[in-house]
Design a protein around this ligand. Structure first.
Ligand code: TMP
Length: 195
């Protein structure tokens, strides 16, 4: 059984909807579940949301996302210590994929730099799902939203998508086809968490 599980993917990949549905399904089966998310709703998390909107310096954005995560980890540790299953909508791979895309002209190897920066201060999930979708399709899914944030542009999401594929390698990751029916994806995650 997996206790700390994260959901990743580009904007419009469906990971928030699916992670919430998985958490409801686990709860209905009697499990003690926490559904949480990043950026968090703490003052640091709110500051970083502002950084995105205002298109702040990418180093400030990177450090703040990581600070938000380190603080979030103290809560996640407590929940895990209480025996809860913790599902987190976005986590470390979001920083690697998005901020590496922002920093690509600033650093030689932004992915490595970002991974090194937080490696010793964050928890490693038991499982990370990557909801894989073509950026054109994901953008078409979110076009109706009243406000799109500056990250939700095709050229940028294509870089993020590429970074996600680079960092999501290894036993911890499961890449899922995000265009599959939602119920199928929910069941797949549910079964995998309990396995
Ligand atoms: P959300 O749409 O899942 O609430 O996330 C808001 C935006 O923040 C989304 O475009 C992805 C971005 N983001 C990063 O750039 N780095 C991060 O570390 C996280 C957690 C989110």
């Amino acid at each position: 059984m997996k206790h700390f599980v994260t959901f990743e993917g580009i904007d419009g990949s469906g990971k928030s909807t699916i992670s919430k549905m998985v958490s409801e399904k686990l709860r209905s089966a009697g499990h003690d579940v926490i559904w949480t998310f990043e950026p968090t709703d703490s003052p640091v998390g709110k500051f970083v949301q502002d950084c995105i909107r205002k298109q702040s310096d990418p180093f400030v954005t990177s450090f703040t996302f990581i600070a938000d995560r380190i603080q979030h980890c103290t809560h996640i540790k407590q929940w895990l210590g209480q025996g809860k299953i913790v599902l987190c909508d976005r986590y470390a791979e979001s920083t690697y994929a998005y901020q590496a895309a922002q920093l690509e002209t600033e650093l030689k190897d932004p992915l490595k730099w970002l991974q090194e920066l937080s490696r010793h201060r964050i928890l490693i999930p038991d499982r990370t799902y990557l909801f894989e979708i073509d950026p054109k399709t994901s953008l078409a899914r979110i076009q109706h939203r009243s406000e799109l944030i500056p990250f939700e542009r095709l050229a940028f999401l294509e870089k993020v998508h590429k970074n996600y594929l680079t960092v999501s390698k290894g036993k911890r990751f499961l890449q899922l086809d995000a265009t599959k029916p939602i119920d199928e994806l929910v069941q797949l995650c549910y079964d995998d968490i309990l396995r």
